[in-house]
Design a binder for this molecule. Structure first.
Ligand code: C5P
Length: 231
C-alpha cells in the first residue's frame, strides 16, 4: 500500500525577509512558522510520515522544535537551491509506491482540507499541484529593462502554491533527467515534471488564498490576522 509522506522544505535562508534568522524559524503567534506547518501535517490522519529538510546550522534547533511531533521521522540537510533540497528528500524515500507531498515550510496556513484534496487527486493523477486562479493582470517584462512586452491572458493563469504531490516514481524520474541538463533551473517541483516528463498530466487542486508564502515582513502581519480569524 502506498504511504503519504510529507516533505517540508525548510532549508532556505530567507534573504527577502531582511532577517538573519530564516523565516521558517520566526515566531508567528507564539510558535515558529515551522511548528505551525509541521503541526498541520502531523495531525492529518492520512499523512503517514514527515521529513523536514533544514539548513545544516539549524539541524539541532529543528530537532528540538519538532520532537513532539510523532510523525517526524527524518530531518535532512538541504542544498543550495530549493530543487537541491527536494532532491535530498526524494533520494531518502526509495519506495516507488510512496506518494510524496512536497510543501514549503514557509506556508504555515495550509489547511487539512487542501492536504486531503491533494491526496484524493493523487488517486487519479501521478502529479498534482495546488494553485489559485490569478486575480491580477500579469504582464511580461525583462527585469533589467522593465517595459511591458506582453499582457498575458488572465483567464488561463494560476498562482502556484504547495503542497505539490507526486507518485515517487514520477518525481524521481523527472529529477533524474533534470540532473543531466546543464541548463536546469526550477522554482517548484511540478515544473520539473512538466519539463522532463511532459507526458505526465499534472492535476490542479484549487487552493485557498490564505495559504500564503511568508516571504516579506508584511506577510507575517497578514498571517497573524488570518490565524486570529480562525480562532
Ligand atoms: O525560496 P523560496 O521562497 O522558493 O522557498 C520556498 C521553500 O523552500 C521555503 O520553505 C524554503 O525554506 C525552502 N528552501 C529549501 N532549500 C533551499 C531554498 C529554499 O528548502 N535551498
Amino acid at each position: 500500500m502506498s504511504r503519504n509522506i510529507a516533505i517540508l522544505l525548510a532549508a532556505g535562508s530567507g534573504k527577502r525577509m531582511g532577517s538573519n534568522t530564516p523565516k521558517q524559524f520566526l515566531l508567528l503567534d507564539s510558535k515558529t512558522i515551522l511548528e505551525h506547518t509541521v503541526g498541520t501535517f502531523n495531525s492529518h490522519p492520512q499523512i503517514d510520515e514527515i521529513a523536514i529538510v533544514t539548513p545544516q546550522e539549524f539541524l539541532q534547533q529543528t530537532e528540538l522544535l519538532t520532537r513532539a511531533y510523532k510523525k517526524v521521522r527524518k530531518i535532512l540537510i538541504g542544498g543550495k537551491e530549493r530543487s537541491d533540497s527536494s532532491m535530498v528528500a526524494i533520494a531518502n524515500y526509495p519506495n516507488d509506491d510512496d506518494n510524496l507531498l512536497i510543501h514549503d515550510a514557509v506556508r504555515p496556513l495550509v489547511t487539512a482540507q487542501t492536504i486531503t484534496a491533494c491526496i484524493e487527486q493523487l488517486r487519479t493523477f501521478q502529479a498534482v499541484e495546488v494553485a489559485i486562479p490569478t486575480i491580477d493582470t500579469i504582464v511580461q517584462a525583462d527585469p533589467s529593462q522593465p517595459f511591458v512586452q506582453a499582457v498575458l491572458d488572465r483567464t488561463q493563469l494560476w498562482n502556484v502554491q504547495t503542497p505539490q504531490g507526486f507518485r515517487r516514481k514520477i518525481i524521481h524520474q523527472a529529477y533524474r533527467l533534470a540532473q543531466a541538463d546543464p541548463d536546469f533551473r526550477a522554482t517548484d517541483d511540478a515544473g520539473v515534471v512538466l519539463r522532463y516528463c511532459p507526458e505526465v498530466p499534472i492535476g490542479i487542486v484549487e487552493g485557498e488564498r490564505t495559504n500564503i508564502k511568508i516571504t516579506h515582513p508584511m506577510d507575517l502581519v497578514l498571517a497573524e490576522q488570518i490565524l486570529a480569524s480562525r480562532k
